[in-house]
Design a protein around this ligand. Sequence first.
Ligand SMILES: C[S@@+](CC[C@H](N)C(=O)[O-])C[C@H]1O[C@@H](n2cnc3c(N)ncnc32)[C@H](O)[C@@H]1O
Length: 283
Amino acid sequence: MESVFCVVAPPCLALHNKQSRHNPPVPIDFRDPANRRTYSDREADVSWREAVAALVDPAGADVVDVGCGGGTYLRAWHDLGAATVTGVDSSAPILDAARESHGHLPGVSFQLGDAAATGLDAGCADVVFERALIHHVPDLGAVAVEAARILRPGGLLLIQDRTPDDVAQPGSVDHPRGWLFDLYPRLLDVEKARRPGPSLVGAELTAAGFGEVATTTLWEVRRRYADREDYLAEIALRTGRSILHDLSNDELADLVEELRRRIPDGPLVEQDRWTIWRAVRVS
Ligand SMILES: C[S@@+](CC[C@H](N)C(=O)[O-])C[C@H]1O[C@@H](n2cnc3c(N)ncnc32)[C@H](O)[C@@H]1O
């Protein structure tokens, strides 16, 4: 659907200049118990399952999901037939929420730890998976070295994250997140600055002892909503989207109103573009 936003007499042009003195942005704090369920209660879509199955055979594998959040993908690895799945996260409240949701599954366990120092045994994993993690870590090289340490020789590291190019994809009804940057261009600068590009990630992986480093692009369905209002309610709560914590309450309210104008009433399938790095731990 074509956007009709900002064609004539755009009140929106003033939005990103708006002063928010009374409720300035507060970056997400993963350790705040209030955010414990921000990455919970979502299922990995079939688009993700098919993409992963094309990159690795999960059947019988020992998988470590680093930065597992609420356990959406930990659950998916279990469903794909992994023998064991260990969820690692540095946030105790988020890990507790993941344990509440998925701790009953056979072969599933949890470990409080940092991506650069998981506390797991060396050579314990066939697959290390890191989704939406690397743009949060201060030292990507150390994270890559730790992944290499816990993988068996020949094991696979899968990193799924959005590159600067992925986040700059234009908005559409299928990808409303892209419209965020029409309204608040400064956030695109924030995103580009915090997200490593393919060459940097590739160099860190090679330096950490990985070989056969390759990337694929995935338009992953993040969630299917029965109605636009269900999606907007999630945006208003900032659920699962750390960049929304860079908006003040006023800016967030303006964003919700603008999205309501752009997205037709009815079902919505939200997709985002991702890059997946596949790398083999050389023996
Ligand atoms: C954006 S969420 C992604 C959650 C999940 N992987 C997903 O894709 O739904 C990032 C997660 O990484 C965790 N995290 C951030 N920095 C970390 C670090 N240095 N070590 C381990 N976990 C970290 C956060 O607590 C949070 O749960």
